[in-house]
Every structure is written in C-alpha cells, then in structure tokens.
Design a protein around this ligand. Structure first.
Ligand code: SF4
Ligand code: SF4
Ligand code: FES
Length: 273
C-alpha cells in the first residue's frame, strides 16, 4: 500500500466536521515532497496544490473556476484527478500533495467526467456562441473543443434569468454564467469592494450584485472592471462591444498579486521576453 493510501485509510476515521484534506490551506511550510503524476516522478512544495505542481512540470489539467492570483474554491470540478488508494476523484486545484502520492490526470474515466461537466454547462445556460460578444475568446468554448464536445446529450434548459444592464459600463447576462465565482472572488479579494455574491440554491443559483440590487445602483462598485476581465464566458461584458469583439485579459492579476505579496513590480518587458 502506498504511503498516500495509508494516510487516506487513517483519514476515513476522522470526523466529518474536521477540515477535509481536499481543502488546501495556505500554510507557509516548506517541506519538499516527492510524488508521481502520470507515471513521472516529480517534486513539489507541500504548501502548493496538485494543480500548481502539475503545471510546473508541464502537465496540463483543464480548469475553469481556478485563476492564478485568486483563492481556490473547487467549484467547477473540471480539474478532478485520480489518486491511487482513493475511490473518489479529487480537485487538483484544492488538493495538497502528500509524500508518495500517485496521481493520474488523463484516464478515460476523467475524460468522460470532464466531457460530461462541459456538456451540462452547455445545456444549462444560453451559450449561443455565434451571437456572443466573447465568441472565439471564451474559456467555456475552448473547453468544449478540448473535450471534443460535438453534441450535447442533455435537454437544453433555455433559462430566462435576469440580464442587468443598469451599470454605466458593463452588463451581466446570468444566462451565460457558469457560476465559477471568479467575479465574486476578484471583487472581494483583489478590489476589496465585495459587490458580488451567490444567491439561491441548485438550478436557481445565481450571481447577485449588492445583496440583489441592480448593479448600476451599487455604492460599493468602483467600476474597475476586474470582474468583467476575469469572467471566463460572455456573462460579464463591457457595453459597446459587438459580437466576437471582446477579448478578456487576466494577466493584470499577476502584476497586482506579485506587487502585493512580494512588494515588487514585475518588469513587463522582461516578462514578455
Ligand atoms: S467593476 Fe470592480 S468594483 Fe465593480 S463589481 Fe466589478 S470588480 Fe467589483
Ligand atoms: S458572472 Fe462570470 S465570473 Fe461571475 S460566476 Fe458567472 S461566469 Fe463566473
Ligand atoms: S479548477 Fe479546480 S474545481 Fe474548478
């Protein structure tokens, strides 16, 4: 039995009210661990997530809710991986490594799982790409190509959720929202305004501004546009853009977070080279 499986066995006895090991905590320990990802032996820091370690070693794992610079919430489940000794799938963005862990990221089970998630997201919202402002620059669309989504097995729900164009510069179309909560986190953690929240449950779950008031009436919103830039789909867009015209850039987070955490401003020219 691998050391990881032994740890897991012991963990099963832990009360459900105690923190789950899949919820990565950012303690600044610096132990270096060795683990296996897709049959390659790699090393990583125990304060990193499996996703970070995998990416450092060139292993691509699809993500949607994760964005470098924001806390991870494990919302979309696209980054699920298999861990030897565990019957469950685990979100790579919110799972910390353990010494001797054996991780697989590209099994047939995972491929089926990821395709099903993208399929459900496609059928749940109104994702008519041909009339979307971010057509060809959309992370959901890219994922659909990546998982080979050429048809959807589930009935389309054609939701009629609220569209809010009351903000002077931006629009939210909740019918294109995939509930990744990037907007909630960037506005709270980076801008410090906390305009967005999630309301309701299940199929009625939706993003709301200012405790369910129209966005345009918000006193907290600074109109910085960060939520619009990090939104992976056409749910949050800028006014005045035409179909397929808007390209979102999330690079700004890298500069802000490095400046804040390391107190250094990245040289953009060096970075581009
Ligand atoms: S524009 Fe800025 S302050 Fe306003 S909701 Fe978006 S992230 Fe928050
Ligand atoms: S509006 Fe965009 S960023 Fe916010 S939860 Fe929906 S898809 Fe994610
Ligand atoms: S990227 Fe890991 S759960 Fe969404």
């Amino acid at each position: 039995m691998s050391r990881w499986a032994a740890t897991l066995k012991g963990y099963d006895k832990v009360s459900k009210s105690e923190p789950q090991y899949t919820h990565a905590k950012r303690e600044q320990t610096m132990a270096i661990l060795t683990l296996t990802i897709d049959d390659e032996q790699v090393s990583g820091n125990d304060s990193e997530t499996l996703l970070e370690i995998a990416r450092q070693h060139g292993v691509d794992i699809p993500t949607l809710c994760h964005l470098d610079g924001l806390t991870d919430v494990g919302a979309c489940r696209l980054c699920l991986v298999e861990i030897e000794g565990s019957p469950k799938l685990h979100p790579a963005c919110a799972t910390r490594p353990q010494e001797g862990m054996v991780v697989r990221t590209k099994t047939e089970r995972l491929k089926r799982h990821r395709r099903t998630i993208v399929e459900m997201l496609a059928s749940e919202g109104n994702h008519q790409c041909s009339v979307c402002i971010v057509n060809n620059h959309c992370e959901l669309q890219n994922l659909a190509y990546e998982v080979g989504l050429n048809y959807v097995r589930f009935p389309y729900l054609y939701p009629k959720k609220r569209l809010d164009a009351s903000h002077k510069s931006f629009i939210i179309d909740r019918n294109r929202c995939v509930l990744c909560t990037r907007c909630v986190r960037v506005c709270n953690e980076v801008e410090g305004a906390h305009v967005w929240d999630i309301a309701n449950r299940g199929i009625n779950c939706e993003i709301v501004s200012e405790m369910n008031q129209p966005w345009g009436t918000s006193d907290s919103c600074t109109s910085c546009g960060k939520c619009v830039l990090v939104c992976p789909t056409g749910a949050l867009v800028e006014k005045g853009e035409a179909v397929a015209e808007m390209e979102k850039k999330t690079d700004f987070l890298k500069y802000i977070m490095t400046a804040r955490l390391k107190r250094e401003w990245i040289n953009t020219q060096e970075d581009e080279e």
